[in-house]
Write a protein that binds this ligand. Structure first.
Ligand code: 313
Length: 268
């Protein structure tokens, strides 16, 4: 049937992202739970996944990617998530701001901002799309801040300035987190912090906060995506606040793949 041709046309391969991501863990679980025994997911990075997507899309060839929203790929390409009746990828996820133990005492002004920091998918997407269109991340972030001073003021109003205190933010190499961390770096610099951004894989991102070598991340996707990491470091992380709601992860395909609408459809 057509489903078998989909499997054969894709060499039963799903194009994934970095191996330590929650996406890849969820996708491995999905292959198991949906009994997609002859399928495999290849790991790579956010960049290699979007490059493969562009190559296939430009030739209207089939492709299945591990996907998440917000992400610029949904405005560049016409994509649809595959239904996930077993909810392996969860329903709607949240992005949390997570800090090291002791952060509240050591950096109270930053902590107070992290407790208030909250924005929505459109805010993050505006920065992400600008970066994808060639704007430098810090310039795209500053432009967003300039256009959203009222929203930023909700996080910073009444917070006293600091005098060069150092703060180290860590995040994983995903375009969504590139946007959020470049934006928050500028917000914290405006308050007087000396901010360092470090890009690390997801595992080291959580372990750096757990061992105190980093101060915070705004890139913890929960309750499902990063559950393994948060459980692993139980008691060593401060789940400060939710900074975005209604985010999503799953498998996605270009809408021109008419016959594929659910993960169940991949079973041949
Ligand atoms: C790529 S998603 C933002 C997070 C994850 O999959 O770990």
């Amino acid at each position: 049937g057509t489903n078998t041709s989909v499997g054969k046309s894709l060499d039963h391969t799903i194009v994934g992202i970095d191996p330590g991501s929650g996406h890849m863990e969820a996708t491995a679980k999905a292959l198991d739970e949906y009994e997609l025994t002859d399928w495999n997911v290849i790991s790579g990075s956010g960049a290699s996944m979007t490059a493969a997507l562009k190559r296939a899309y430009d030739k209207e060839e089939p492709i299945i990617i591990t996907a998440w929203s917000p992400h610029w790929k949904f405005s560049t390409f016409d994509l649809k998530y595959l239904d996930d009746p077993k909810l392996i990828y969860g329903d709607s996820e949240e992005i949390h701001s997570v800090g090291r133990l002791g952060l509240k005492e050591d950096l109270p002004e930053a902590y107070a901002i992290f407790q208030r920091f909250k924005w929505n998918i459109d805010d993050m997407s505006e920065i992400m799309v600008a970066i994808e269109d060639g704007t430098e991340p810090d310039v795209a972030a500053q432009n967003w801040i300039d256009n959203n001073q009222d929203k930023v003021a909700e996080w910073t109003d009444g917070i006293s300035n600091v005098d060069g205190d150092q703060i180290k933010l860590v995040y994983a190499p995903w375009d969504s987190e590139l946007a959020s961390h470049n934006m928050m770096k500028l917000v914290l610099e405006d308050i007087g912090y000396d901010v360092t951004l470090s890009v690390v894989e997801p595992g080291p991102m959580f372990s750096a906060i757990a061992d105190g070598s980093a101060d915070a991340t705004f890139a913890a996707w929960l309750p499902i995506t990063h559950k393994t990491y948060v459980d692993k470091f139980e008691g060593k992380l401060d789940d400060i606040a939710v900074n975005m709601v209604d985010v999503k992860q799953g498998l996605a395909v270009p809408t021109y793949m008419k016959d594929v609408n659910s993960i169940e459809d991949l079973k041949n």
